[in-house]
Design a protein around this ligand. Structure first.
Ligand code: 5GP
Ligand code: ZN
Length: 114
């Protein structure tokens, strides 16, 4: 999608990628909320997680989780623990309209989330 910032980052047009394969890209959050805060996205534009239905897109979301696990291990946060967050729509805090998984770690997490 032409005017989507995460499509541009995932395509390598702007910014720096921490991970990339044919379907998935990851990059550090601009405004990190933890020592490790990586965003993992599908290269394909999907607006929000609730748009995902059974089929190839659901498999793609599972692949993103595997990439998150891999990055968590690479960043050394696996043993202590990490959180994976998807905000869906304004009420949950979604502000960028290209589905993204937040990988957060490197500090103690609180619960419930704000
Ligand atoms: P949301 O609020 O939609 O769940 O998360 C959007 C996230 O994207 C925020 O954590 C915000 O800091 C991050 N973000 C917004 N614009 C950019 C950008 O241009 N580059 C990067 N790396 N992160 C961004
Ligand atoms: Zn997009």
């Amino acid at each position: 999608m032409d005017d989507c910032i995460f499509c541009k980052i995932a395509a390598g047009t702007i910014g720096t990628l921490a991970y990339e394969d044919d379907e998935v890209a990851a990059f550090d959050d601009l405004n990190p909320q933890a020592p490790v805060h990586v965003l993992i996205v599908p290269k394909k534009h999907i607006t929000r997680i609730s748009d995902v239905t059974d089929g190839p897109d659901a498999c793609l979301m599972g692949k993103i989780l595997v990439v998150a696990n891999r990055i968590a291990a690479e960043r050394g946060i696996s043993a202590d623990g990490y959180r994976i967050v998807i905000n869906c729509n304004e009420g949950a805090g979604q502000s960028v309209w290209h589905v993204h998984f937040h990988l957060l770690g490197g500090r103690q997490m609180g619960w419930p989330p704000g």
